[in-house]
Design a protein around this ligand. Structure first.
Ligand code: SAM
Ligand code: DTB
Ligand code: SF4
Length: 365
């Protein structure tokens, strides 16, 4: 089974046999063993300050030492429960306090989720990420959630869920169901955090990450750039991730998608200059790659309005995962045809799930 099939616009990716035949050494220049979690803010700030070419060289060197050079992992998102969220995240159109006009919906049926997952697999995705606009899952929702995880796994895709805060017990239930990844972002620096969200604290987020980590599920945690934060906040954001007891296995870097009716969307509409500079965005990706050398770095929301050149720089800076498809959770995404064209231009191919697992296993040795 390939990561792609005949229906995928991404064309051919290395087959399982090719992957098995090409030794890991041929695909990377060195393997793992370089992660540290004693980074200081001053060290991270110094990386941000490097001349751009030096920063890119360092990030690309670390990237190719740890990962296949020209492979990008594909994940597909599905909003399994949209809108009406009691949290007040200033960037989010799913918050009940946003005036974005988004209609609140109930949790999707397991069957409808399976249909969407089958389509994602056909389009070449190796991971299916299911997101719910909840503060936290209720106990009554857990049986359906467990069935969704089991069903998607049976299709041969990796599973990821993002359902808000998770208790120790709920993390265990999801781990037992076979969940591969749980996404819970710290979003920004501890200092900037309270300017964006008031209904749950930065420490609440760290507690959920601890529950997930202790359950054995892989942690996916990152944040958003372009929310009016300072360079110092971007340093503090990456520092908070880099000093976790274990680096998140996956680090999504989102560029704010400004949605009218949200606090931050309105703010950006009033002050267009506040939009993040693309070079500063690429620097953030590069520093993430350097300080978390063995983590997958995902170029997440915001690609739809990003030039091919900016995305190419992000891949050069060490991003090696994207969300595919026309839609993220509720907002537009670049789309498979645009992505396939970009991959062809760059000579990039979809990463196979088993390659990534193999790399992670070696890094952990
Ligand atoms: N409700 C759950 C939670 O917040 O934990 C899961 C879904 S939530 C939409 C997942 C993440 O998507 C957020 O933590 C945030 O980092 C990102 N996100 C949400 N809206 C965004 C936007 N407009 N632009 C960029 N990233 C966004
Ligand atoms: C993440 O860091 N980005 C994704 C995923 N994790 C769940 C979500 C992006 C959402 C962008 C806004 C939307 O489409 O609703
Ligand atoms: Fe709710 Fe998640 Fe949106 Fe925050 S980011 S308002 S928790 S859906």
């Amino acid at each position: 089974m390939n990561a792609t099939n005949s229906q995928s616009p991404f064309g051919s990716s290395p087959s399982r046999t090719e992957v098995a035949q090409g030794s890991r050494q041929a695909r990377t220049e060195r393997v793992g063993g370089t992660a540290r979690n004693d980074w200081t803010r001053a060290e991270i700030a110094a990386l941000f300050d490097l001349p751009f070419n030096d920063l890119m060289f360092e990030a690309q060197s670390i990237h190719r030492a740890n990962f296949p050079r020209n492979e990008v992992q594909l994940s597909t998102l599905l909003s399994i429960k949209t809108g009406g969220c009691p949290e007040d995240c200033g960037y989010c159109n799913q918050s009940a306090s946003a005036e974005s006009g988004l209609k609140a919906e109930k949790l999707m049926s397991v069957q409808a989720v399976m249909q969407a997952a089958a389509q994602a697999k056909d389009a070449g995705s190796s991971r299916f990420c299911m997101g719910a606009a909840w503060r936290n899952p209720k106990e009554r929702d857990m049986p359906a959630i467990v069935q969704m995880v089991q069903g998607v796994r049976q299709m041969g895709m990796e599973t990821c869920m993002t359902l808000g805060m998770l208790s120790e017990g709920q993390a265990k239930v999801l781990a037992d169901a076979g969940l591969d990844y749980y996404n819970h972002n710290i979003d920004t620096s501890p200092e900037h955090y309270e300017k964006v969200i008031t209904t749950r604290t930065f420490d609440d987020r760290l507690e959920t990450l601890e529950n997930v980590r202790n359950s054995g599920i892989n942690v996916c945690s990152g944040g958003i750039v372009g929310m009016g934060e300072t360079r110092e906040d971007r340093v503090g954001f990456l520092h908070a991730l880099a000093v976790l007891p274990t680096h998140p296995q996956s680090v999504p870097i989102n560029a704010l998608v400004p949605v009218k009716g949200t606090v931050l969307g309105n703010m950006l509409a009033d002050t267009p200059l506040a939009k993040i500079d693309e070079i500063e965005f690429v620097r953030t990706v590069a520093v993430a790659r350097i300080v978390m050398p063995e983590s997958m770095v995902r170029l997440s929301a915001g690609r739809e309005s990003m030039s091919d050149a900016c995305q190419a720089l992000c891949f050069m800076a060490g991003a090696n995962s994207i969300f595919t498809g026309d839609k993220l959770l509720t907002t537009a995404n670049a789309g498979d045809n645009a992505d396939a064209a970009l991959f062809a231009k760059l000579g990039v191919v979809p990463m196979q799930a088993e390659v990534k697992v193999e790399m992670e296993a070696v890094a952990a040795e």
